[in-house]
Every structure is written in structure tokens, then in C-alpha cells.
Design a protein around this ligand. Structure first.
Ligand code: ATP
Length: 300
């Protein structure tokens, strides 16, 4: 599966982070090709977020001009609501998120936040407004406290601890040999997938962005960890405009709206209930995943 935020080698990531002033691990991007340089227009103003209303208006895009990936996407995400994007592998779900973070500019149409075209505002102001919880969080070889504080430069120890509590990882950290000073990452303590995701959630709580992109983990978490993470994610979605790139349908049931993307087009949209009643693509995906879950339970 193509991952939205596949870890690049650390050096490349640090370079991009410094160069672009991106205060988000979401800068670790799935770069098959080097993206076309996206530059600020001279004297571009800063994005002014009042509500966090996100709109994709007839958005068209292809990594290669010969091969369109997004073919005229219209999606409206009212401020403070949660939109889930589902669809088969390769449909363009992660590409939508990459365009919102402005790793690329659309070749047609536009994306707006509170009415401002994101291609016409300063990139640093755009990226400061968007938080990303990636599929795979790569931790710095530093302390767990530093890894959380990366969400916002200058955060105090109290703020870091509050974010850890919000992400339901504080008791775990308190149980570590050196608490928040315990070194983690490749050369320190290895955290599980669920623990790393919670560090990413704590980081995002500290950043407190009005717009949030969640790239749901495809890797199987055990059902208890998954339930815990789901409730934490629901907590951070409160009061923010959230776009969830979903791989498992069980996690999108609560979304205010779900769009089904297929081959770069929105083929269905609605709430979970509405889409089930339509008896179309979504209902079929739902039935298939439910059957898979039952098989897995039967085999266990
Ligand atoms: P998945 O569920 O597998 O993560 P997706 O719906 O998120 O899939 P995208 O990652 O958006 O799909 O990819 C859409 C298409 O764009 C795919 O055909 C993919 O091969 C292609 N693609 C993705 N990234 C690049 C890139 N950097 N350069 C060229 N093609 C790319």
C-alpha cells in the first residue's frame, strides 16, 4: 500500500524540515519523484484561519501530466466537522492530503481554507494551521519529552505532560526508567506502533492546529489498542476540521461525512447510514470488510 507519510531517511527529512520550516513530522513524505518545487508568490499573505472551512473545488492533479490522478474533485468540509475518505488502493486518497498540505499545487481547480486559495498564501502559515497524524511516526533519537515537544517549539514541561495525558500515553511515560527524559527511537527505547502513534497525537495536541489530517494506520493493531487510539483520536477531532484517510471502514462510522474515491473521482458521499442505504460501492466495501472480520474472528 502506498503510505501517505512513509518515513524517508532521517537526513532527507531533517533537511526538508529545516528548509521548509515544517514543524510537523508529516514532512516525511512518500517521495517517489522529487516533487515540483512549490514556491510562495512574492508578497504572499499569511493564511488567516477564522473557522477552518476546507473546500476542494474541481481539483485536478497528476504527478505525471500524462496520467491524471485526481479528475475534478469537489469536496466541502465545513468547519469543525470530520470527513473520511475511503476507496481502493491507488484511488488518490493520500494525494488529496498531500495537496492540502501543499506538497504539490493542483493543475486545475483550487483548494481553499476559509475562502483563501492555499496556493496563494505563505506555505509556513498553511503548514502551521494543519496537523498531521501519520501512519508511521518516526521518532527522533532523543527523549520522549523532546519528541512530544517537537509539536510546538518552546512548550513547557507542564504543557508536554498535559498533551501526553490527552493522548493517553502519560501513564506509560511515567513508568519508563527516566520518565520524560527516557531516550527513544532507533538508538533508544523502541516503542510499539500504538505508542508511537500516541506520541504523534500528543505532538498534535500541543500544536493545536485548526485543521487535522489523520492517515489511519493500515498495520493491524490489537483490538484493545485500536479501541484506545480511536477514542483518543475522537477526542482530538473535537473542534477541528478533520480529514481522515481511512483504510478500515470500522473507523469511519462516526465521521460527519464519508466520500468514496475511485480512480480519482468521488463516486459516492454521505453518512455511513446513508451510504449503506444506497446499496452501492460503500455498502459493498462494508459487507466485504465485515465478512473478513468475521473470518478473522472465526480463525482466532
Ligand atoms: P492507498 O490506499 O494504497 O494508500 P491512495 O488512494 O492513498 O492509496 P495515492 O497514494 O493517492 O493512493 O496514489 C494515487 C496514485 O498516484 C497511485 O496510482 C500512485 O501510484 C500514484 N502516485 C502516488 N505518489 C506518486 C508519486 N510521488 N509519483 C508518481 N505517482 C505517484
Amino acid at each position: 500500500l502506498t503510505q501517505l507519510f512513509r518515513p524517508l531517511d532521517l537526513l532527507g527529512m531533517v533537511y526538508r524540515t529545516i528548509r521548509q520550516g515544517v514543524t510537523d513530522m508529516g514532512s516525511m513524505f512518500d517521495l517517489i519523484d522529487t516533487p515540483t518545487e512549490v514556491r510562495d508568490a512574492p508578497h504572499a499573505p499569511a493564511l488567516a484561519v477564522s473557522q477552518g472551512h476546507v473546500r476542494f473545488e474541481d481539483v485536478r492533479f497528476g504527478y505525471d501530466p500524462e496520467r491524471p490522478i485526481l479528475k475534478g474533485i469537489d469536496i466541502d468540509v465545513p468547519a469543525g466537522t470530520t470527513l473520511a475518505v475511503v476507496g481502493p488502493s491507488g484511488a488518490g486518497k493520500s494525494t488529496l492530503a498531500r495537496l492540502l498540505f501543499r506538497f504539490y499545487d493542483p493543475t486545475g481547480g483550487r483548494i481553499t481554507i476559509d475562502g483563501q486559495d492555499i496556493a496563494r498564501v505563505r506555505q509556513d502559515s498553511l503548514r502551521a494551521a494543519i496537523g498531521i497524524v501519520p501512519q508511521d511516526t518516526v521518532l527522533f533519537n532523543d527523549t520522549v519529552g523532546y519528541n512530544i515537544a517537537y509539536g510546538r517549539a518552546g512548550a513547557t514541561a507542564d504543557e508536554i505532560a498535559a498533551a501526553a495525558r490527552g493522548a493517553a500515553i502519560a501513564p506509560f511515560i511515567q513508568g519508563l526508567p527516566d520518565g520524560y527524559d527516557t531516550r527513544v527511537g532507533e538508538r533508544g527505547l523502541k516503542l510499539s506502533g500504538g505508542e508511537k502513534q500516541r506520541v504523534a497525537i500528543a505532538r498534535t495536541l500541543l500544536k493545536n492546529p485548526p485543521v487535522l489530517i489523520l492517515d489511519e494506520a493500515t498495520s493491524a493493531l490489537d483490538s484493545r489498542t485500536e479501541a484506545e487510539i480511536l477514542s483518543t483520536l475522537e477526542a482530538i477531532e473535537q473542534g477541528r476540521t478533520t480529514i481522515v484517510i481511512a483504510h478500515r471502514l470500522s473507523t469511519v462510522v462516526h465521521a460527519d461525512r464519508i466520500v468514496v474515491l475511485e480512480a480519482g473521482q468521488v463516486v459516492e458521499s454521505g453518512t455511513h447510514g446513508e451510504l449503506l442505504r444506497k446499496n452501492g460501492v460503500y455498502a459493498e466495501m462494508w459487507a466485504r470488510q465485515a465478512a473478513e472480520r468475521e473470518e478473522a474472528l472465526a480463525a482466532a
